[in-house]
Design a protein around this ligand. Sequence first.
Ligand code: ES4
Ligand code: ZN
Length: 324
Amino acid sequence: MLEFLRRLPKVELHLHIEGSLEPELMFELASRNCIELPYATVEEAKAAYEFDDLQGFLNLYYQGMNVLRTEQDFYDLAMDYFKRAREEGVVHIDMHFDPQAHIQRGVSLDVVMSGLLSAKHDAETSLDLSVGMIMAFLRDRPAEEALQVLEQAAPYWKSLDAIGLDSAEHNNPPIKFQAVFARAKEIGLVRVAHAGEEGPADYIVQALDVLDVQRIDHGVRCLESERVVQRLRDEQIVLTVCPLSNVSLKVVDQLRFHPLPKLLEEGLKVTISSDDPAYFGGGLLTNHIACAEAFGWGADVFRLLNLNAIEEAFTSDERRKELI
Ligand code: ES4
Ligand code: ZN
């Protein structure tokens, strides 16, 4: 099984590139940029990655990305993950990135975009790895700020595959971003959103109805409403479920109690992803292995999940054929 999972060409639809920052690279960038870290060693950083909830993680996530300052830093961040992912048999990644988290710290949108786009270019030309770009907005910041960033990103609209919505879900309902998502639709950008991770099933409905999203990131709490499950099944909306993330952030107690098998039984269009691999215990292959152990899934289940991801991936139809 391990060999099958390693060799299976895997597609990852839900990955925050800032969440792929391994402590080793964090230390290297801190030293390069003369930044002091709150940890003395890589081991100490890793030991601090114990979370009670989403907010507990987000605090360390925003702190960690403070070492990213230059175009080269963003390039190194992305390339470091792309190379590791490729070694794990990943062939396509739809990558979220959080421009507001950088602009807020005085790092320009151009620095972020040029670093990430040149890493994407190099991955596609030299690693045989395709990369989709999802510009995510922080739902715990004002919607006006998101709208401003979207307009500021005009030179990059053609390089984006979608906009997304992430960060703290509690009390930040999708409807807060109605105008931002309407503008993105007008521009011709696809929309996705995190919903039903820590937030209620109703946020999933809002994301579909108000934001007109094409996929739901996480979505595991849909099971709290039979109507929402039915809607997701009828419309075959893709859910990007992140098993090890859900365990780390205590969305579920243990992986063997994760509702993934139930989501599949319900006929939902499920995919699996790593979310923030540097913080949640591993990348896409590790998530696959953990699911095989926890649920006893055979090759057919993993092939199905991966086909779901291929169908939904932000890539050309030509590339999609290569991936199947
Ligand atoms: C995130 Cl796991 C998760 N949820 C919401 N927003 C995020 N940003 C990075 N990881
Ligand atoms: Zn996420």
